[in-house]
Design a binder for this molecule. Sequence first.
Ligand SMILES: [Zn+2]
Length: 361
Amino acid sequence: MTADHAIALHERAIVIDGHSDILIPLADGLFRFRERPNVPAPEQWDGVAPGAKHDQATPYQLSPYAMTFQCMGQYDIPRLREGGVTAQVMAIFIGDEYGGAPLQRALDMARVFHREIDDNTDHVLLATSADDIRRAKAENKTALILSFEGVEPLELNPNLIEIFYRLGLRIVSLTHSRRNHFADGTQLGVRTGGLTRLGRELITRMNELGIVIDLAHLADDGFWEILELSSAPVILSHSNVLRGNNPAYKAPLLAINPATGVSKLQALAANGGVAGVIFWSQPDIDAIVDDIEAMLEQVGDDHVGLGSDFYSLEYAPAGLEDISKLPRLTERLAQRGHSDDAILKLLGGNYMRVFDAVLKG
Ligand SMILES: [Zn+2]
């Protein structure tokens, strides 16, 4: 009974996932979005890598398997359809190997993003507004939203944000974990600072254009600075709140800042924003629900969303291994007694409130 109800609820919901790095293997030509790629299970992999990315050093200590397959097999059009996903955010992230030509790489990733939309108009559409997401729901399609995870592609010129806006860019985080010309990322334990002059200029420009600002990966100073500066609600697209088991995600969202008496999550809520709960590196689906509940307990049900960030089957939560399994999360939330209304907000309603407020079209 509960299962049927949850499935119907999931089918009715606008479901939005706030973060995926699937554009990386797509841009590398490892598969096409329409395919359901054949990714071997970690224990069955013979160690022969098609892309050989695993030879490169990584600060995140990803396994060769994860470096090779990345999030392939976790996001593709068949799985997005199966998972009932109304809108998927797809990030342009510049890997270290493209650090010398970030603009070139970003344009190529944007090219592939648009090519996949153009070649699959029966299943997906480009979303640049909240209404586009509603249209996707009405037409039984998945809306794709372009984001930046780090503004390295702008190099030293914040005005280039206007070009990417025209290419559909609607969500932007200033950094990944690195330092760039605009701000400091979490820097894996190195002492960090906040925004530069360019970073502050860019925040203002993004407010004017109608781009959703994402606080993911920002070092603490920048996090607080943007909440002061931004005239619009912001998001934190993917974050883990209970288990800071990876230094890139160490942000203690729930910890109360003794100087102010509020936590990062409470500050985000006061701004009208949304924090997306991450799935990557969680042991199982119940751990994800525990994270969600810890967040709901602190700020209520208007400020929590989804930010899956799956990154390889090796680090996939048991029971929620890829985006096609998302209805199971709805089922588990219903089993734990969450109301339909609270679940609808979590699945996408809260992001929609921010998108309605910020996106102009
Ligand atoms: Zn990330």
